[in-house]
Ligand binder design. Sequence first.
Ligand SMILES: Cc1ncc(COP(=O)(O)O)c(C=O)c1O
Length: 375
Amino acid sequence: MSKLPNVGATIFSTMSKLAYEHNAINLSQGFPNFPVDERLTTILEKSTKQNIHQYAPMAGNPILMQHIATLIASSYSRNISLEDELLITAGATQAIFTTIVALIHPGEEVIILDPSYDCYEPAVLVAGGIPIRIPLTTDFLPDWDRIETAVSSKTKMIITNNPHNPSGRVWSESDMLALENITEKHQQLIVLSDEVYEYITFEKEQISVHSRKKLIEKSIVVSSFGKTFHITGWKTGYLVAPKNLMDEIKKVHQFNVFSVNSVAQYCLSKYIPRVDVTSLGSFYQDKRDFFRNRLVNSNFKLLPCEGTYFQLVDYSGISNKNDVDFCIELTTETGVAAIPVSVFNADKREQKVIRFCFAKDDETLIKATERLCRI
Ligand SMILES: Cc1ncc(COP(=O)(O)O)c(C=O)c1O
């Protein structure tokens, strides 16, 4: 019997395939299409003859780990123990999977807030846990009363994602306080905080779990170099967790991947000291504004975008179709691929809202918005 009977090809593969078949502009999957920073590609070129091709240490390249610790200290004023609290992973996906498999026992409940990124629930199911999917509000913010009601003595973990994919919303101080309250009331509860878009915020800054004293002792915080350095294909990231949780996570990690790609780690260890992550927000803010301005006079309604490189739009002024059918039509007839938001909901509830990725060069965004303004 399948452990994941309802899992097929992801919506990202499906829409990207459809986009390819119909020669549509692909604003569906979340990856940049512009060149990677030349400083990084030069490091990569120069690194090939170095002695860096054998297994890296299990927890990660020590120099890279040191630079990550410095980055966390400068971004969030948090000092972590390199030995006990940091693990380099094969992207955020592996960090999330390994954490869940290591910490969730059969029958334990895990709260997932919908619409949710698609790798959370399968990991919970493989671990034998029970996913409890709680809808966000219609504005895509946490409904703390509903979350509070769902938490019981069986609830082991809540997975949070801030800044949020697919909505682009960023949590406020009141949300962080509510999260702290719930974890204080329910001492068994741990937080898996997916912060892969931590440096991609605009007018409103992200409040990281790293900066919350009440949360760090019971939280795993996940980051992705793919998102921060425009290198999704490198599949590298890291997680930070307190020692008692990290000890368990490492036990699984060492038999899951053992250690992460040594060449990627070496290059990142040379690159991080030369790059300023604080400029990432304004880089993507320009793209967001460019994309939004070109859609202002379209028949799409633009929803708030506070972070990430995703823009939600309401298409109810254009079509009555459900969001999956609308995305298929948009790809095959208008020539622009997007992601229907309902696929991120357990109940497939739909709000006539779809997601575009604006991590694209200007030429792509111009062509796509020209097409989108015609309907
Ligand atoms: C919210 C969220 N979490 C995790 C990931 C996975 O990140 P990685 O490519 O580093 O595995 C993504 C990628 O799109 C994401 O959007």
